[in-house]
Design a protein around this ligand. Structure first.
Ligand code: MSP
Length: 527
């Protein structure tokens, strides 16, 4: 097993443009990847766009363009948004890519040759919205298919089926014994129930071309294309270099798997990621140790309901557009809010007023004040240099002790992907540092020549805490922390490992720069 930590996110549906829900998932993945790097892990962050399927074909038809043209245009909206949010991904998965298509075709052929895929006639009800056949298990108490399935049509057609049922017994045992297949674990019970329901059902993996042309052709029957989920799920391995052609610049598969985390929303846990995907991997020949972990996040809702563009005013829709938000408030502010005001795994309500309030109170006031006061007084009273002092007192001891507790709490929370808890610990520490400053009142100490040792200790402590928090917050607000580290003239902090984050980072004699405000206050009103 390699030491590569591989995080990958569900690829976005090409619904035109990403909204803050999609942006949250990518920011979460980016924050986790940056934290893992800070902890000394090698990482590989893959994201991309899921480009095939009926919905894409239908939208392209409505716009009167070829699906490939439509997809190229919409893909740009995603790459632009991810750039503006300063995401640092290593791999970009577009399912129209030839290597991916070849990988899907190879897998289909192998499963077909082994008898794991077969053809049969099936008459049943089909949900266009969910792009799947429905069974009686999907009917509600009145015997109807609920609104979540959209328009349901009766269809009678021949298709190819993957013998999912051959792997269900294995899946049940695997899910029950595995401790980290599904994170957080409270979602496991739903998966176990869904496995019971999947027991004797096979998965329809083809669509006849007369109905859907926009997909990967089956290698053993050119009259059919591949079911979009079967194609999309394979991105996790195809873009990680599985069965890559000679000379390809895709990554080395053995280096990336199995240390692998798929970051997905709760809506795509069942059945695609927790049933189809592990069964597909098992059928291909992956062992239990090679199964990925699924980090299942919750939803950002609007007015406590689903994000739905059709029910919104243009102002509300603009408020949910990540590019607009970044233009208005900056990438750090949007990144901060998206991981600060939600507990990973749970839902939250998107509220622009809270976005502004959290940025202003926690970053502009609390952190901004700490950086500004610490560095400007060091500049003014100590000529900008950290100096030696043998003065110590209880408040300073407590500040040092709390730094150790804060780093430990932060690490423990980040290891559980509980980003908001990690941030809370850092913010609490910053508050304590500001209280320390108020109590020590270095501005008064500076007026009394006999208090030079006290002043030196207090300002040395402030420089030190600014350095520590700039490292801890960097995975979430990288640009702001880089600016802080520049003002500290401490570029070496950029490459630090969290295990080396101890008191005494800034050496005696080190000179800091003149501080400039790092966080301008923001407001909802147009200037
Ligand atoms: N294309 C599929 C994924 C294929 S994975 C092999 C898909 N796309 S999606 O655009 O509908 O959703 C992309 C991701 O965004 C999913 O993980 C989904 O859960 C997540 N979210 C969509 N709306 C969201 C919110 N309102 N809040 C948080 N995440 C949301 O599913």
């Amino acid at each position: 097993m390699s030491d590569t930590f591989y995080t990958t996110t569900a690829i976005d549906y090409t619904n035109g443009k990403p909204h803050i829900g999609h942006a949250y998932e990518k920011v979460l993945a980016d924050v986790i990847t940056r934290y893992k790097k800070l902890s000394g892990n090698k990482t590989y962050f893959l994201t991309g766009v899921d480009q095939h399927g009926q919905k894409v074909q239908q939208t392209a038809e409505k716009e009167g363009v070829h699906p490939a043209t439509y997809v190229r245009k919409t893909t740009k909206n995603f790459t632009n948004a991810w750039k503006s949010l300063e995401l640092e991904f290593d791999g970009w998965a577009e399912t129209m890519d030839d290597n991916h298509k070849a990988c899907v075709a190879d897998i289909l052929q192998k499963l077909y040759d082994e008898g794991q895929i077969y053809k049969k006639q099936y008459k049943g009800f089909y949900s266009i919205k969910q792009e799947q056949f429905l069974t009686d298990k999907e009917r509600d108490e009145e015997g109807n298919f609920g609104p979540e399935w959209g328009i349901v049509e009766e269809r009678d057609e021949e298709n190819y089926y993957f013998k999912l049922s051959d792997h269900v017994e294995w899946l049940r045992t695997f899910v029950e014994k595995s401790e980290d297949f599904i994170i957080p674990s409270f979602r496991k019970a739903d998966v176990v129930n869904a496995i019971e329901r999947a027991e004797d059902t096979d998965l329809c993996i083809s669509r006849p071309k007369e109905r859907l042309r926009w997909g990967i052709e089956l290698p053993f029957d050119s009259e059919f294309v591949t079911f979009v989920w079967f194609d999309a799920l394979i991105n996790y391995i195809s873009f990680a270099g599985y069965n890559k052609p000679e000379g390809s610049d895709l990554p080395g598969f053995d280096k990336l798997w199995p240390a692998n985390l798929h970051i997905i929303g709760k809506d795509i846990l069942i059945p695609s990621h927790s049933i189809y995907w592990p069964c597909m991997l098992h059928a291909i020949g992956f062992s239990d140790e090679q199964m990925p972990s699924l980090l299942v996040h919750g939803f950002w809702n609007i007015n406590s309901g689903k994000v739905s563009k059709s029910e919104m005013t243009p102002e509300q829709a603009a408020m949910l557009d990540p590019v607009n938000l970044v233009e208005k408030f900056g990438a750090d502010c949007v990144r901060y809010y998206l991981v600060r005001d939600i507990h990973t795994g749970k839902d939250s309500n998107f509220d622009p007023e809270r976005l502004v309030m959290l940025f202003n109170t926690e970053l502009a006031n609390n952190l901004g004040n700490l950086c500004n006061r610490g560095l400007s007084m060091t500049k003014r009273f100590l000529n900008g240099a950290k100096a030696e002092s043998d003065y110590d007192d209880e408040l300073s001891q407590d500040l040092r002790a709390q730094s150790i507790t804060t780093i430990a709490t932060y690490q423990e929370a980040m290891e559980r992907y509980a980003v908001s808890e990690a941030l809370e610990a850092v913010i609490k520490y910053i508050t304590l540092c500001n209280q320390y400053t108020d109590k020590q009142a270095p501005w008064s100490l500076a007026k009394d020549e006999t208090k030079m040792a006290e002043l030196t200790t207090v300002l040395g402590h402030l420089t030190e805490v600014v350095a520590i928090v700039s490292v801890l917050l960097k995975p979430v607000i990288p640009a702001a922390c880089e600016r802080i580290q520049k003002q500290l003239k401490a570029d070496f902090l950029a490459g630090i490992n969290i295990d080396d984050l101890k008191w005494g980072l800034i050496p005696v004699g080190h000179e800091v720069a003149k501080p400039k405000p790092v966080f301008p206050r923001i407001s909802l009103e147009e200037e």
